[in-house]
Design a protein around this ligand. Structure first.
Ligand SMILES: *[C@@H]1O[C@H](CO)[C@@H](O)[C@H](O)[C@H]1NC(C)=O
Ligand SMILES: *[C@@H]1O[C@H](CO)[C@@H](O)[C@H](O)[C@H]1NC(C)=O
Ligand SMILES: *[C@@H]1O[C@H](CO)[C@@H](O)[C@H](O)[C@H]1NC(C)=O
Ligand SMILES: *[C@@H]1O[C@H](CO)[C@@H](O)[C@H](O)[C@H]1NC(C)=O
Ligand SMILES: CC(=O)N[C@H]1CO[C@H](CO)[C@@H](O)[C@@H]1O
Length: 545
């Protein structure tokens, strides 16, 4: 691992300083930090001198009336200390200049001046009088300024284009542990932009890693916990099966239950590059840190035949603290859990399979870059229980998915760029079952010797598949495409049992594809024997890695 100069700097206590320095004027370039309790970040804007200026006390200005909760407004202000550079705003004309606002004025870090004039109300509030009226009793001229935050306001010609570079983290207090450095010279090409994004995300990810290792003051490290624990039925279909000859009528049922648990922590970081004037994003990337344990038990019972699919079922959804650079970029993440199951069966089947995964130190990058780190991934022990009716020849296939998902709603520059980026961790368990009615079945009198009465093979696989996608065209990612970030499959359990005839009849996956095309459920055409246990074992997770 290469230690960036940034990281080395971050490790020195003296480097612990926010990028936005309120004591220095922002002339031609400016940093602004998120200081809310839910995250941290810095946006850096860079433009020609005439295009970026400052109306905070650092540049000598004092604002007299300004609504701290409004973005677009007219304000009154005076130049209180000309030696600090109030005049910088007049390099071209005040109108068309992007200015930094003091914290107590406006709800945004920057605004575009559309008009500047000598205000007709020259009064100075008593509370500010002593600071503003000069020693000789003279009073500076009260100016008026109209501020807007739609940075392409048609009412004004901007004094130049202004670039923006942004880095943010869901860890409060991480700003100040990084600085946003614009790309230099040749790298300001399309390719240079995306490598700037990659580098910035790489640096942030490194800082996150250090935070999680407790290298920094631990009280700063705050993660977004994810916690989900629920029992639910993915589908439950009942059919009244009428009497057929000497098979009595009964209520057939196909049921899939899942007890799912997802516990862990997540953090994220973002980087964006573009311009605030004109307002457009040129590239964007994010990464997610994830430590999670996904466990669950999948239970299946069926005594009717056919295929069924539950479709994706939303089970749970909760917001994760957002990151907001007002009027520039807002990221609102959501953690949700979905589940899905499909089955094709024509035997009497009862199955319980555990899902168990632990993911730690996973770092996922979107768009996928060189930085992705799968972390360590350990399957846990899994109990496998399977009972089937002994005397049918069948192929069956069941798959169940538990899908925790983190989606990032993104809105940049007054909605000019909007998209939702989804990262989903699809944990699945699948059963492939192939049974052949063994000749001995008819002579078997006790259900205990399942091996003698039923033959076949069972193959249980489980896997974790991490995908990313966006719901709108998003730079290099096209709408509704999905990118695989990580994929791992395990053959959890594979076993043949019963007679050798039955084993030979095992035809593998090809047979299931045929069945999966069938649709709907129906009553069995012949009586199904009572299900007998064929597998009851614990598969050790450590045997799978
Ligand atoms: C400002 O940005 C616009 C739109 O991207 C571009 O057409 C124009 O050439 C830029 N002006 C300068 C001076 O770079
Ligand atoms: C850690 O952070 C807390 C809260 O910000 C602060 O009170 C404490 O002094 C810090 N400790 C160190 C060793 O920096
Ligand atoms: C059919 O399967 C359901 C679900 O496993 C079970 O509750 C029911 O008792 C079964 N009925 C028969 C007649 O086997
Ligand atoms: C399966 O066994 C049951 C009883 O064990 C019997 O009633 C049924 O006819 C058998 N079905 C087939 C297809 O052999
Ligand atoms: C190691 C280090 O420099 N940590 C700093 C990260 O930033 C916070 C907030 O500015 C400081 O308090 C830490 O000391």
């Amino acid at each position: 691992m290469v230690f960036s100069p940034l990281l080395v700097a971050a490790l020195l206590p003296i480097a612990a300083r926010a990028a936005n320095d309120w004591s220095k004027p922002c002339f031609g370039e400016c940093n602004w930090d998120i200081t809310s309790g839910t995250g941290s970040g810095t946006v850096r804007i860079v433009g020609p001198q005439a295009a970026v200026s400052d109306i905070t006390p650092a540049a000598g200005w004092m604002i007299m009336d300004c609504d701290p909760n409004t973005a677009d407004q007219d304000i009154r202000l005076v130049c209180q200390d000309p030696t600090k550079g109030c005049d910088h705003i007049y390099q071209n004309s005040a109108a068309g200049t992007l200015v930094r606002l003091p914290k107590d004025c406006g709800s945004t870090p920057f605004a575009l001046v559309t008009r500047e004039w000598v205000h007709q109300d020259q009064s100075i509030p008593a509370s500010k009088r002593s600071k503003i009226v000069r020693r000789d009793g003279s009073q500076p001229v009260v100016k008026g300024m109209s501020l807007v935050t739609s940075f392409d306001d048609p009412g004004v010609q901007p004094n130049g284009n202004v670039s923006l570079f942004l880095m943010g983290s869901s860890i409060p207090g991480a700003a100040g542990n990084f600085t946003v450095e614009p790309p230099t010279g040749a790298s300001a090409t399309k390719r240079g932009l995306s490598s700037w994004i990659d580098d910035s995300l790489g640096k942030l990810a490194q800082i996150h890693e250090d935070f999680s290792l407790g290298k920094f003051n631990k009280t700063l490290s705050k993660q977004s916990p994810i916690d989900f624990d629920k029992d639910f039925t993915l589908f439950d279909k009942k059919i009244d099966c009428p009497q057929q000859g000497n098979i009595p009528g009964f209520t057939g049922e196909a049921k899939v239950d899942l007890n799912g648990k997802v516990q862990g922590n997540t953090n994220y970081g973002v980087a964006a590059i573009g311009s605030i004037i004109p307002p457009e994003l040129d590239d964007f990337g994010l990464f997610v840190d994830l430590d999670a344990t996904i466990t669950g038990t999948l239970g299946i019972g069926a005594n009717i035949t056919g295929s069924i699919s539950s479709g994706q079922i939303p089970l749970f959804s909760i917001g994760i603290p957002e990151l907001d650079f007002p009027k520039i970029l807002a990221i609102g993440p959501t953690f949700s859990v979905n589940a899905e199951a499909t089955a094709s069966l024509d035997a009497n089947v009862d199955m319980d399979v555990d899902l168990a995964y632990t993911v730690s130190g996973m770092q996922l990058f979107f768009p996928p870059g060189a930085n992705s780190n799968a972390g360590t991934y350990t399957p846990g022990d899994s109990n496998v229980k399977l009972s089937v009716s002994p005397n049918v020849t069948t192929h069956g296939q069941i798959a169940a998915h538990l899908i925790p998902e983190i989606s990032f709603g993104l809105s940049a520059l007054g909605g000019k760029t909007q998209a939702t980026i989804n990262l989903n961790l699809d944990a699945d368990a699948a059963l492939d079952l192939s049974l052949t009615a063994a000749a001995e079945a008819s002579t078997s009198t006790s259900g205990n010797d399942a091996g003698a009465s039923v033959g076949g093979c069972v193959d249980i696989t489980s896997g974790l598949n991490v995908n990313a996608g966006a719901n709108a065209d998003f730079f290099s990612i096209k709408k509704d495409t999905s990118v695989s970030l990580f994929k791992k499959d395990f053959d959890l359990f594979k076993k043949c049992f019963g007679s050798s005839t039955a084993r030979r009849a095992y035809t593998g996956r090809a047979a299931h594809a045929r069945l999966a095309r069938a649709d709907g459920l129906s009553c069995p055409t012949s009586a199904l024997g009572t299900a007998e246990s064929v597998v009851d074992e614990t598969v050790s997770g450590s045997s799978l890695v």
